[in-house]
Structures are given as C-alpha cells and as structure tokens.
Design a protein around this ligand. Structure first.
Ligand SMILES: *Cc1c(COP(=O)(O)O)cnc(C)c1O
Length: 374
C-alpha cells in the first residue's frame, strides 16, 4: 500500500503535475566533488580488482580511527567490515547473529526494513510501540518488559528514521544495562550520526564499556552524511567473533563492496569534516521552518525531531488510516508523504525535508489546507 502511494506520486510527476514530494529518503545534495574525484582517480589508477571481502585495510583503519576519535569506540581494523550500504550492514549483523526462532526487539515507529530483515532470516520481530510523549523512544522499562527467553537482540536507531529522535547518553545507559543483564545483543544503527541539531549530541551505545561494546554491532555509513546513497557503502564494527562471522558471510555472498567506491569513502573520512556542516545547517533551517508550520496546525501534532531529516506527524485526530490520509492528500493536493503504516505507526505520516525550501513552503501550504478542511 505504501508503494502504491509512491508509484502514484511518480506517475503524477511523469504526467507533468506539480507534486510537492516529502517522500525523499536521501539527501538532496550531490556527493561532494572531492569524493567523486577520489573514486575517479582510483578507477584511472586501475583500482578495479577485488579487495579483501571485508574491505580495503586502509579504509577499515580509517573507520576504526574515526570510531575511536568521534565515537569513543575502540575497535581494531579487523573488527570493522565494509559492506554494500548500511542496509546490508544491518542485514549481515542480523544474519550473523540470529537463528531461526530468535526474537529481535524493534521499537516502533521503526525503519521499514528491520522487521522484514528479521523475518527473512527466520527470526521473529517483537515490535514495541513507543509513545509520542516519550519522543517516540523506547524506555529501559519497556525493553525489559518485552523480553522473553528467546530474545536475542534489540535494534536501536539513533538518530532515528522516521522519528528524528535522538537518544541521550542517559537513556542509552539504561537500555544497555538491561541488555547487559540478560546478554542481549544491540544492533546500533548510527547512519544519521552526523545529522543532529540540538543540545543532545550523538552518543554511541557501544562506548559505555568494553562489555557493552562487545554486545553491540555498531552500524555506520556514508549514504546520509556525505550524500553517497548510490555508492552503496556502509560498515559494521563488532566483537572479533561477530566480525569474523560477518566476514565469512560476506565472502560467500556479495564479497567486497565496490573497490573504487571504497576509495571515495576513504577520501570522505580523510577530509576535514567541516565539509558536511553546510548540508547540516541547511537541513536545520528546513527542520525549524517545518516544525513551526506543523505546530500551527491544530488537528495534527509533532514532537521536535532532533536528528536525521524527517518529521513524523501524528494524524491520529483526523480519523484516517495513514494510507488513506496519504492517498487523499496526494490526489486532492498533489503532496506526497510516506504513510506511517510502513513504519509500524499507522497514526502517523512521515515528511522528509531532504528537498528545497520552496517545495517545503508550497507543500506545507497545501498540507495545512488539507488538514483544516478535513
Ligand atoms: C538510509 C538508512 C539506512 C541505509 O543506508 P544505506 O547506506 O544507503 O544502505 C540504514 N538505516 C536507516 C535507518 C536509514 O534510514
């Protein structure tokens, strides 16, 4: 049903309709030029062969160094695996760690692929609905209550898609304490770590202690921070045992991520990270504008997103399913949003601000009219 809304929006755009799309799941900016140049140079230099299956050792060293300096996470380069996108990293982590019948706890609203991945490997997703008043974050208590003897792992995504929520260090410490007590693995998807806007800085749950680090599979990547979605590069960092399992899994499935793309990632990490500040600042301007506009609409509610590039709008008061809302909004006002059903939250819709401010303004004018008329 979600795909139907996306397909309808695409066909309306092809027909020449002026659709305002809040559907984007990737940054609107191009990949920075110096990163492209590094990949082009790699191609010209004949870097066109296999690398080790877990990636170029130089890149794994650079990732380990980045994790140490920025995230306070100590991993040796052999504990790092470069994968074909952070989506692949999540899949590898689940596949390497979970068996059929294991339960994986997923707070909802969740990134749409998590439950599907869990089912694909024969494990069971256990969905915990979070509350808007808790900024759509799971509490340690809710986590504890969701546990069963079959619980193998919990997935934490901070900053989160679709919520934009950022867990504080304190909240993550409480969650880690529960996980450690029961020996539960933590899949920490930190793909949006560079996109935080508030006083709550990004915190890596694995940095709490060596014991928590060894229970954690830290997932990161290049897609969102450096606008490199099409490059298909992400990484896992994990205990030596899990890293080895991921290496073996990858060597028998995809082998290494694209070689010359890895050289682009190497350049991204080597650069002064100020290069991504402009993009973040631009996102922040849009975020604040959108938040102000949405807060002024009386029959929807929003909590301030502190990271990523999404605003999750609670449409519960309007009495429509999220798909119904999205279909009506699209057909009557030519505005595309993603129905929350895709995220296990049918009383919400997700608006992305990875689009120009002009589109955001026009789209919100129409969105507001739709809500007022309903
Ligand atoms: C975009 C996204 C990813 C995947 O990123 P890729 O590196 O492009 O595979 C992973 N997790 C979340 C929550 C995302 O939104």
């Amino acid at each position: 049903m979600t795909l139907a809304v996306t397909a309808q929006a695409a066909s309306m755009i092809r027909e020449g309709k002026e659709v305002c799309s809040f559907g984007a799941g990737e940054p609107d900016a191009d990949t920075p030029e110096f990163i492209k140049e590094a990949a082009i140079n790699a191609l010209n230099e004949g870097k066109t062969k296999y690398t080790p299956s877990s990636g170029l050792i130089e890149l794994r060293e650079a990732i380990a160094e980045k994790l140490l300096v920025e995230n306070n996470l100590e991993y040796s380069p052999v504990q790092v695996a470069v994968n074909c996108g952070a989506k692949h990293s999540c899949f590898n982590a689940l596949f390497a760690c979970c068996d059929a019948g294991d339960e994986v706890i997923i707070p909802a609203p969740y990134w749409t692929s998590y439950p599907e991945m869990v089912r694909m490997i024969g494990a069971e997703p256990v969905i915990i609905e979070t509350e808007e008043k808790n900024d759509w974050k799971i509490t340690a208590e809710e986590f504890e209550n969701a546990m069963s003897p079959k619980t193998k792992m919990i997935i934490i995504n901070s900053p989160g898609n679709p919520t934009g929520s950022v867990y504080s260090e304190e909240e993550l410490r409480a969650i880690a304490e529960v996980a450690e007590g029961e020996d539960i693995l933590i899949l920490s998807d930190e793909i949006y770590e560079k996109l935080v806007y508030d006083e709550t800085p990004h915190f890596s749950i694995g940095s709490i202690s060596p014991a928590v680090r060894d229970l954690t599979i830290t997932v990161g990547g290049f897609s969102k921070a450096y606008s490199m979605t099409g490059w298909r590069l992400g990484y896992t960092a994990a205990s030596a045992e899990i890293a080895k399992a991921i290496d073996i899994l990858q060597s028998h499935s995809t082998s290494n991520a694209t070689t010359f793309a890895q050289y682009g990632a190497l350049a991204a990490l080597a650069a002064d990270q100020a290069v991504i500040e402009d993009m973040r600042d631009e996102f922040d301007v849009r975020r604040q504008y959108m938040l102000g506009r949405l807060q002024a609409i009386s029959n929807v509610s929003v909590v301030e997103p502190k990271g990523a590039f999404y605003v999750l709008v609670n449409i519960g008061e309007m009495g429509l399913t999220s798909v119904n809302f999205a279909e009506k909004l699209l057909s009557r006002y030519e505005v595309a949003v993603v129905p929350g059903e895709a995220f296990g939250a049918d009383k919400t819709v997700r608006l992305s601000y990875a689009c120009g401010l002009d589109v955001i303004k026009e789209g919100l004018d129409r969105f507001e009219k739709f809500c007022r008329e309903h």
